[in-house]
Design a protein around this ligand. Structure first.
Ligand code: IMP
Length: 438
């Protein structure tokens, strides 16, 4: 049993895929609620339950903990078909779990037409494409901003046909397809969503506010990472929702206060990966990249795409700490470096002669940033078995200390393998996370 903060937000520090799912799974048994609040089924969280690998996209990773209620809050865009598949998959492993799934009636729906729009946009961008997951995320959030999205509550409204009419009209203009075809397909999709998702609709704002008032422990599961955040990320190669604390506020409508401070655990891989397009200053090519892909299983859990790999990027980590109000860090996949003679870490950028400790404010300049590396000796030994912080090899300790010194945040957890037990609690039983607001 760890001493965990009452409110904990777990956020990815780079481009997603940092291993948040495993950390959530490790801590979730101590939380009454686990909340997803942004993104959609572009996210993929890989877990191992009873020896079986399972990838969750919308259902919070805490679902396999029988005392945790899993909440999908209103900032998430919901693909009813994708969610139905996931519900079926989880049901076979954990019958009756559905009583612990609460979905906000204010979630906007993501329909197949959003996926069609996503792929149309990407095709039209040619070699400047974002490299989206193709799940329709951008178009679904566009519809929210334009106030024509269909929310779950709308499925129960007598005005649903009018709302579907507005959405279908817009789509038919953009896609240059007949209105009637789009409208009738949309009516079927809405009916499917109503049949499958109505039983899960809950006023999650009240649920979470009541939980806060009763000082119940709540875990907030971030999706993607700070560098993919719509505002703080590597614009325009970002997703369409906010992975920072700002996303937590809008996505849950919960406001932290001195009586409800939130601790933020930033999850960071020992190296950096990115899926899709966009600048990547520390990207590696050749055999080291191939090794990282293979040893680290660096394939997108949503699309299966091979992830681009690079050395750990500390300017981005500093940015994540600031933008994400990160109060403590977890470093994952350290074991992937077990056989390396030397390990590089980017501590600064050279951007056309300017030395930068953070990514440039003007993200258009990120592509001109050249990494400045510090080289560290590798530990050259297997580390999967280590669970005691005093048994961490000296060279690994130097790697950890370098990150702490450069970034100014201490490391609470390191992960040295895929299983729950491959973990080292660097501060013993007490996570002792600092809190926000400070
Ligand atoms: P979208 O979110 O599908 O629109 O994709 C926008 C960008 O975010 C693309 O570069 C995707 O590869 C990336 N992306 C979205 N979700 C994830 C994720 O969960 N892990 C890694 N990359 C992601």
């Amino acid at each position: 049993m760890k001493h965990v903060p009452q409110l904990l937000y777990i956020v990815g520090t780079h481009f997603g895929d940092e291993g948040k799912g495993k950390i959530v799974d490790t801590l979730a048994s101590q939380y009454d609620y686990a909340v997803r609040f942004s993104g959609g089924n572009n996210a993929g969280h890989t877990l191992y339950h009873q020896g079986k690998k399972i990838v969750l996209h919308l259902i919070p990773s805490a679902i396999f903990h029988p005392n945790t209620t899993c909440v999908i809050a209103q900032g998430v865009v919901l693909d009813p078909y994708g969610l139905q598949e996931e519900i079926k998959q989880v049901s076979t492993l954990m019958p009756g779990f559905d009583r612990r799934l609460a979905i906000s009636g204010n979630c906007a729906l993501l329909f197949p037409l959003h996926r069609d729009l996503d792929s149309m946009r990407e095709t039209s961008l040619g070699n400047k494409k974002i490299g989206t997951t193709g799940k329709g995320i951008g178009p679904a959030y566009e519809d929210i901003s334009a106030r024509r999205a269909i929310r779950l509550y709308d499925l129960l409204s007598p005005n649903l046909p009018d709302k579907l009419h507005t959405l279908a009209h817009h789509a038919s203009v953009i896609m240059q397809q007949p209105f009637d075809v789009i409208y009738s397909k949309l009516c079927c999709d809405a009916e499917f969503a109503k049949q499958t998702l109505s039983p899960f609709i809950v006023d999650t704002n009240t649920l979470l506010r009541d939980a806060l008032e009763k000082n119940r422990p709540i875990l907030f599961e971030g999706a993607q990472g700070i560098m993919l955040d719509l505002y703080a990320g590597s614009w325009p190669y970002v997703t369409s929702s906010s992975s920072t604390f700002a996303g937590l506020l809008t996505g849950t409508q919960i406001v932290p206060s001195p009586s409800n401070p939130v601790s933020v655990l930033g999850v960071c891989k020992a190296y950096t990966t990115r899926v899709g397009g966009g600048p990547f200053p520390t990207e590696i090519e050749g055999p080291i990249q191939d090794y990282l892909v293979e040893k680290g299983s660096e394939f997108g859990s949503t699309t299966g795409r091979k992830r681009r790999c690079g050395w750990l990027d500390l300017p981005m980590l500093r940015h994540a700490v600031r933008q994400g109000t990160v109060t403590s860090l977890c470093i994952t996949k350290l074991d992937v470096f077990d056989t390396f003679d030397t390990i590089s870490v980017c501590t600064m950028y050279d951007c056309n002669g300017r030395l930068l400790r953070y990514p440039p404010d003007n993200m258009n300049e990120l592509e001109f940033c050249k990494p400045i590396f510090t080289m560290l000796p590798g530990w050259k030994q297997s580390t999967n078995h280590i669970t005691d912080k005093n048994k961490i090899p000296t060279e690994m300790q130097s790697f950890i200390s370098l990150i702490e010194q450069e970034v100014g945040v201490s490391i609470a957890i390191i992960s040295v393998g895929t299983n729950r037990e491959n973990i080292v609690w660097c501060r013993g039983e007490d996570l002792n996370l600092h809190e926000f607001p400070h």
